[in-house]
Design a protein around this ligand. Sequence first.
Ligand SMILES: Cc1cc2nc3c(=O)[nH]c(=O)nc-3n(C[C@H](O)[C@H](O)[C@H](O)COP(=O)(O)O)c2cc1C
Length: 410
Amino acid sequence: MDRRIPKPRDLAPLIQFKKPTLNLTARRLADALTIADLRRIAKRRTPKAAFDYTDGAAEEELSLARARQAFREIQFHPTILRNVAEIDTGWDVLGGRVAQPFGIAPTGFTRLMQTEGEVAGARAAARAGIPFSLSTLGTRSIEEVRAANPSGRNWFQLYMWKDRERSMALVERAAAAGFDTLLVTVDVPVAGARLRDTRNGMSIPPALTLRTVLDAVPHPRWWFDLLSTEPLSFASLDRWPGTVAEYLDTMFDPTVTFDDLAWIKSQWPNKLVVKGIQTLEDAKSVVDLGVDGIVLSNHGGRQLDRAPVPFHLLPTVAREVGADTEIVLDTGIMSGADIVAAVALGARFTLVGRAYLYGLMAGGEAGVDRAITILSEQVARTMRLLGVTSLAELAPRHVTQLSGRWQVGG
Ligand SMILES: Cc1cc2nc3c(=O)[nH]c(=O)nc-3n(C[C@H](O)[C@H](O)[C@H](O)COP(=O)(O)O)c2cc1C
């Protein structure tokens, strides 16, 4: 083979040095290609107690691990030679348009993860045309969220407290602020055992113990943000000195029943969705009450450990009640492909909790934008590779599960 000395002219087209980005956060976020990448950045940037509060689940964390595993065990069945140049990733959900088949799940204590908190999520959701859900335990007020997402869709998540009047006062505020959907969470009669939180001595607001002071050293930015912005307060309550679990136990009402649900329904003027359905029987019972939707969810594995995997329940529940109610699915979603699989098996919509929070912890509002972009691109690419141009074309034939465990709870 003849060799020659390369000329600079020949090298020029090969050289593709990236233009340096001066904004470090932007560079870090642009390098994140998956939600798992965002999670790694989030872990580096966030004190252990706050990261573990988000990342962790109940007891041995089997519910969460199994839910994520169920999505990994998906096998897709593509159709070929379709024109997929133009696709539509949106449709109508609970009486309104969504640009993507996912929205932001309600999460408590969000400003603890990153001080921008719910406002970052609501703004990013507004830009993406997807709903934002505010938790009863949210760290921004109903009105602040409305201001951050003034023309988009906001959903309010209700925990029925022992103090009924206070919880209904919140619901009235949400209705007045134009929130179009109420998610009533029913899987927290008591708090789950989040062992990481107990071991970390996690408290709200974070206490300055020797451990947290030492932890502050590698995370100066997080602590600076926390201490230099307005003190952590809640949409619905005042400061609390104990652990999260203690707080939740004093708040939640273990006496709530189906009668209370019927009562809440009679009080709320807009769409009502029950979040935390984990059996077909319960799905049927709430559909009989006339609710507009259900969320198949085990609370991201944060309540009953070894609870049914929502994705496994989906085909049966969709077959039995899918014609009468809209089915939303959450728990374990880490990619747009998971979302597409859920829609193929009968979900009208999905919610993402940690996927959004990893983005928030990795880079505030820009990090949430990045998380939504990653998921949206994965949704679009998966649809195209499956040979479909609309969500309505997705069908059970597009997905099987390698382990074949379909009938759990059915
Ligand atoms: C840090 C954190 C806080 C949460 N707080 C609430 C809450 O206040 N109310 C609620 O209904 N669900 C809450 N959830 C559950 C989420 O709404 C959702 O069901 C769950 O995160 C979905 O699982 P994923 O995180 O795997 O997406 C929380 C989840 C996380 C991770």
